[in-house]
Design a protein around this ligand. Sequence first.
Ligand code: G
Ligand code: G
Ligand code: MN
Ligand code: NA
Length: 254
Amino acid sequence: LAIENSLRSAIANDEFVLHYQPQVEPVSGRLVGLEALVRWQNPEDGLVFPDSFIPVAEETGMILEIGRQVFEKACRQAARWREAGLPLVRIAVNLSARQLRQPDLPDMLAAIMKECGADPEMIELEVTESMTMERPVESIRILGALKSMGIGLAIDDFGTGYSSLSYLKLFPVDKLKIDRSFVKDIEVDPDDAAIASATIAMAHTLGKKVVAEGVETQTQLDFLVQHGCDIIQGYFYSKPLSAEDAEQYLVQRA
Ligand code: G
Ligand code: G
Ligand code: MN
Ligand code: NA
C-alpha cells in the first residue's frame, strides 16, 4: 500500500523520466532506433527501475496513466530532436497488456502524437509475446489499427511465451525482439544458439526484422550477425542513456 500511495504521487508530481537505449544495425553501424525505458525519479530513493514498480502499477491499473505519460514524453522528445535537426530514428515505447486492451488506445495515441507534434513514423510500440498470444484475435485487430496509422510494431521478449506460429503469421508486426535470456549464453549453449538462429530465419521468412536484446560481447554479436540478425541492442553498443546523453549520442551521428 505504501508503494501504491507513492506511485500515485509520482503520477501527480511528474516523477517519471525516460532513458533511451540505442538500437544499431551491426553491419553499417547505423543507429536505427532508441528504446524508451521508464525510470522513477523518487525524491527519497533516487532512480527506481521499472521492475520494482511496473508490476504494482499493472495490478492497480495505474499503468494506464503511467503509460500515457511515458508515451507523451517519448513523443515530445522525438519532436524536439527532429526540430533540432538530429537524425530521425524511431523511439520504441513499451506497452503493457492493460494498455493494449484499452478500447480507445489508437485514438488516444493519435491525439497525444498530434498534441506533441510527433508523427507515427517516429514511434514504435513494443508488445510482449505473452500479452498478444493471450488474446490473439483481439490483438491482431488492435495491432492492425496501430499499424495502419503508421506506427512501427515489435514483439518483445520473443521466445519466452507460448507462440502459436499460425497466429504469429497474422500479427501485423515489423519486428521480433529475441529475448536477452537466449542471447546471454548463445556462445556456449547450443540450444540457445539454435533458438536464436531459428527465430531469425523464421522472422525473415515472415517478412519481419529481428532485434537481439542484451548483446554484451563481440562473440555474441558475431554469432548474431552471421545468422543475419538485423538490429542489435545491448551494452555492447550502449547501456540505456539519459535524455541528455542520448541527445549527445544523436549529435555525434548527425
Ligand atoms: O532497463 P530496464 O530495467 O528498464 O527495463 C526493465 C523492464 O521494464 C523491461 O522489460 C521493460 O519491458 C519494462 N519497461 C521499461 N519501460 C517501460 C514502460 O514504459 N512501460 C512498460 N509497460 N514497461 C516498461
Ligand atoms: O523491454 P525489455 O525487457 O526488453 O527491456 C530491456 C531490459 O534489458 C532493460 O532492463 C535494459 O536495461 C536491459 N538491458 C539492455 N541491454 C542489456 C545488456 O546488454 N545486458 C543486460 N544484462 N541487460 C540489458
Ligand atoms: Mn522492450
Ligand atoms: Na525483453
